[in-house]
Structures are given as structure tokens and as C-alpha cells.
Write a protein of this length. Sequence first.
Length: 423
Amino acid sequence: MADSISYYVARRTLVEGSDALIDGAWPITWFRISKGWGMLPERFWPDNGDVTEAAKHEPANVDKVSKRFRLFHYQRLRSERECLYAVSQSRICSVALEITSAWQNPARGNIPDDYDLPVTGVHSLPLLDIDFATSSFVFVNSWGGEWGDNGSGRLSFDYLARRLVEGWTADLSGFSPLALEPGISLRVLPGARSHLGTSWIFEFCDGDNDVLVAWAHVLQTSTAIDVEELFVRPDYRRRGLATQLVQEIRDGAPEGLPIRFWIPWGDHSEHNSAALVNWARRSNITLSPSGTRWAAFVGLSGVASSELPALSWIPAKTSSPLVLEAESDVQAKGESSAQEANDIQLPWIPDRPAAHLAELIAATQEHEQLVDDGWTEEKSRRRAILVDKKYRSGLTPDELTEFLQLQSEFGSYQHEICPLPGQ
């Protein structure tokens, strides 16, 4: 099921501002639209050849359709090791990388590790597979079938580690919200468990209009509470929702762990910076440069910031904003797995009761019933192409040992810092 590019472009202006059509997009924008507004199948709004004029040709009721295909949760990818984990778990894995002139015509799509070439831009692409023989990721580019190896390519683990600007991952399943209370209400839900940490989702919902108006995605590790995303839809700002999200996180977090608010690229821009400064002031948050490549600022409790601090490095917007679906099929979950999920002992239970996880899993099943037959067929074709190219023809015993060792390391894995240029 391909996404409607026209729908994405039309909603992108709400997130990034009216100039968003001119100079590319920020990596986080696709995920915010896919959760807050939804993913519209292309057949409901086909590309008319000029996406810059998309808003003038908007069909009726597209938001009602897209709501049925909303992402439930997404989280950061900070390093090549986290990307390896996400791809191995068949999750959506989208990365934005600095690119050079070597990307224009690489032999069979193999990106060279030539770090002496000047950076020419930032490019977003999906990682779909792992080639252990060459220590590289397999990806599909958006530059057409004539590029690389029939439109696909490979880049080394080291290239991603050095050139990563921002990375995000999400489950494949769409999510239809549960029955909502009248008015605007808060719910707290557990995210999918993984070796990246324990996730919690805080959401404000407008039950009268079936709108997801604000959300925060929180990752708990053994050393910190990392708020990886906190977003309020522009038409619901100035109501104190962002400040309430901060207070809910502070009230529920265990004592002794620092709470860090990681501000993504995009929120430093002119369109969102005023809202960011106002939120920091109301929440007594001190904003500082993050010191990493994958975030603009980090916020800590303290003296409220009255303006954004200066940044020594700002990446360009990505040239290819859309994310392709990963190649694995959506996994159905029945009653037995729902019961197993409810039996999981999680280390941090917020004070506010979460929705029953069995209901959450049942809601994801509705998504599978809504998608058309082309969903599975398309993914099967893509997997067949990758297998034919021997990108994944089955792991050898040595590769399997290496892969299992890699997975086991994530049990005690702490996030690595991707250094800024020149450091």
C-alpha cells in the first residue's frame, strides 16, 4: 500500500509552515503526520504530477480515511547499532544522511566510504535489509529504477555512523484509536517492548472530533527518562497541553532518573521555534545544544529558557521526505499473545491507568482488515527482488552466531553519541 504523496505534501505545510514546499522536509515530519493525521493510501488521492499544487485538488473526506491508518508509536535511532536492531526486527527504519557527489552514479548502488568529499545535501531513505558479507545496509532509493542496482543500493555500517543526521523507527501496524471520552482527555499507553528501552506513549485526544491533538513518546532506560518526541498540533496550541504533558511525565517518572527532552531538527526552525520557547518557559526547561548530530537541543529541568541557544551546526532539510514501508508483512496477534503481553512486568507504571493492552492489540487487528490485497502482494514482490539479488538468501551458521550476539548486546546497551562534525 503506497502512501499518497499529495496528502503528505498538503499536511506538511501544517507541521513545517507555508515555505515547506520550497526547501525540502525535516525527517520527523513524516512520522508526525502519520500519527496525528494518518497515512492515506494513494488510491484515495493519486499524484497529479505537480505536488506543489496538491492542496488545490484535495478530495473530500481524506482525513477521515487517513485516520484509519495512523501510526501508534515511533522512536529515535541514534546509531548504526540501533539501526541494525530495528531492521532485524522488521520495523520501519528511516534515516536521514549527509550525502556527497559520490551518490550521483555509484557502481551498482554501492555508496563509497569517501569522507573527504564535501557534503552536498541531506537525503532520507528506508533501510530494508542487512548484508553481513559486506557489513552494509540495503536500501531502496527514491531516484528511480535507473539509479544504482535497479533503484536499490548499499551503504556501510561505518558510513551511517559518520553521516547520520537523524533516524526514526516505528512498528508496521497502523493504529485506530479506541473509543474516546467527550472533550479532550489524556491516556497513557505502554509501547512495544524492545532492547532499545521501555516505551510509554502519552496522548491527548479530542473525543468530540476524533482527533489526536498532542502526544509525547518516552523511552525509559536504566540511566534516564528520554522524552524523544513531544508534539502539539498547531491548531491546538496555546491551550497548555504541552505543559501538561511535561507535568504528567514528571509525576510518573521514578525518582533518581534525570528527564531529558530531546528536541528534533525541525522544531528549531522559525515555524516552530516560538512554540518551543514558550513551552520551555512555562515548563521551567533549560534548553542547550544537544552536542549530538541527531537532535537540535536537549532540555533539562532548571531555569526556563527565554530564547533558543545558538547552534554551531545545522543540517539541511532532507531531499526525500517519504518513507517506504519495510518488506515484512504486518504480524497478526491473537488472544494468546494479548494475554502474554498483559503478563509483562514493566519497570515503570505511570500513576494514570493505561488502556488494557488486549484492547490495544485488538485495535491493531482492525488495520489488517482495512488494507487491500495489494499490501501483502507488494511486499512479497519486494522481498522476492531482494532475495534474488542475494541480499538475504539465508544466514550462514557464522552469520547467525554474529547476529544473535548482536541482539544479546542490546540487553545492556547504552545509547552511543554520534559526534558533531569536527569533533
